[in-house]
Design a protein around this ligand. Structure first.
Ligand SMILES: Cc1cc2nc3c(=O)[nH]c(=O)nc-3n(C[C@H](O)[C@H](O)[C@H](O)COP(=O)(O)OP(=O)(O)OC[C@H]3O[C@@H](n4cnc5c(N)ncnc54)[C@H](O)[C@@H]3O)c2cc1C
Length: 265
C-alpha cells in the first residue's frame, strides 16, 4: 500500500515572527518544528505499513529548511520524502496551499491513502486536507478517531461527528484527516536518524506541475487578503484576591462575565 502523509513545519515557540509590511508569517525562523498534529498522521501511516506492507512517503510545502520535518519523519520510519519549495508559493492562503499540494501529489504519482493532521498550530484552519481532496477529486473524511481496516479497495474508519461516532467505509484512493486520538506517535529513533541522514529528498517546484499557471499559486492565487496580523499581546499583569470562597467565586464569575468568557447566569 502506498501511503502519503502531508506534514507542515510550524513556528516552534509561542511567538510567530510576522513581516510587518506584508502581514505574512516569516517561515525562515530558526525556531521551527513539525506541526504536532502531523505526528499522529505519520504514526497512523507507519502502523498501516506495519500491518499491510507498503511504503510511507511524506510531503511538505515550505521553505528549504522545511526539509527538517522530512528528516524527522525519516527518523520515525518514513521511507521517502518530497519537499515542495519555490518562492512562487510564498504567501499562499489555504486555497493556494491546497492547489499546490494537489499538483505535487499528482506529480508524485500513485498513492492509495493520503493522510493529513487535524489542523496546524499556526494557520489553524483545518481546511487544507478537505481542499486537497477536492482538488484531487477523491473522497475524504475528517475527525478520524480510528482506522479499523484496509482491504478490497476500501478503508474503514471511525469518524467523530458532533454528537455521534460514525463508522464509514471509504473507497480508495482517499484522504483522511486524523485526530490525535487515532494513536500515540512513536519517538524519533536516533539509529534511524543516523541511517537516513543522507537519504535523498525529492524537491519539487512549480516547474514540475502539470498546471503551471502562476496566477493559481502563492500570493497571486490567494483570494484572502490579510488586513492585519499580529501576535497577541502578553501581559504580566496579575491581581491577588483575598476573601472567603463565596466572595472569591462571585468575583471570579464577574471577571469572567466582564471578559465575555462566560454569560451571566
Ligand atoms: C485568511 C488567511 C490568510 C492567510 N494568509 C497568509 C499569507 O498571506 N501568508 C502566509 O504565509 N500564510 C497565510 N495564511 C496561512 C496559510 O494559509 C496557511 O498556513 C496554509 O494555507 C496552511 O493552512 P493551515 O496552516 O490552516 O493548515 P490546516 O488546514 O490547519 O492543516 C491541516 C493539515 O493539512 C496539512 N498541511 C497544511 N499545510 C501544509 C503544508 N504547507 N505542507 C504539507 N501539508 C500541509 C497537514 O497535514 C495539516 O495537519 C493565511 C491563512 C488564512 C486563514
Amino acid at each position: 500500500m502506498k501511503l502519503l502523509v502531508c506534514i507542515k513545519q510550524v513556528p516552534g515557540g509561542g511567538k510567530a515572527e510576522i513581516d510587518p509590511e506584508t502581514g505574512v508569517i516569516k517561515r525562515d525562523a530558526s525556531d521551527a518544528k513539525m506541526n504536532p498534529y502531523d505526528l499522529y498522521a505519520i504514526e497512523a501511516a507507519l502502523r498501516l505499513k506495519e500491518q499491510y506492507g507498503g511504503t510511507v512517503r511524506v510531503l511538505t510545502m515550505g521553505p528549504p529548511q522545511a526539509e527538517n520535518v522530512i528528516r524527522e519523519a525519516f527518523s520515525m520510519g518514513a521511507d521517502e520524502g518530497a519537499l515542495l519549495t519555490d518562492r512562487r508559493f510564498a504567501g499562499s492562503d489555504v486555497l493556494a496551499t491546497g492547489m499546490a499540494l494537489a499538483q505535487a501529489v499528482k506529480a508524485l504519482g500513485h498513492f492509495d491513502l493520503l493522510l493529513c493532521g487535524r489542523q496546524t498550530t499556526d494557520g489553524d484552519t483545518a481546511q487544507v486536507g478537505p481542499e486537497l481532496a477536492e482538488h484531487l477529486g477523491i473522497p475524504s473524511a475528517a475527525g478520524i478517531l480510528e482506522i479499523q481496516s484496509v482491504g478490497g479497495g476500501h478503508v474503514t474508519v471511525k469518524m467523530d461527528m458532533p454528537t455521534t461516532v460514525e463508522t464509514v467505509r471509504i473507497t480508495l484512493p482517499a484522504l483522511l484527516c486524523v485526530e490525535k486520538d487515532v494513536c500515540v506517535p512513536r519517538l524519533p529513533s536516533y539509529v534511524k536518524k543516523k541511517a537516513t541522514a543522507q537519504r535523498e529528498i525529492r524537491v519539487l517546484t512549480l516547474d514540475d506541475f502539470a498546471e503551471r499557471d502562476e496566477a493559481l499559486f502563492g500570493l497571486f492565487g490567494s483570494p484572502t487578503n490579510v488586513r492585519r496580523i499580529f501576535p497577541p499581546e502578553s501581559t504580566d499583569g496579575r491581581e491577588i484576591w483575598q476573601g472567603d470562597a463565596d466572595e472569591l467565586a462571585e468575583r471570579l464569575h464577574t471577571a469572567l462575565v466582564n471578559g465575555r468568557f462566560v454569560e451571566r447566569t
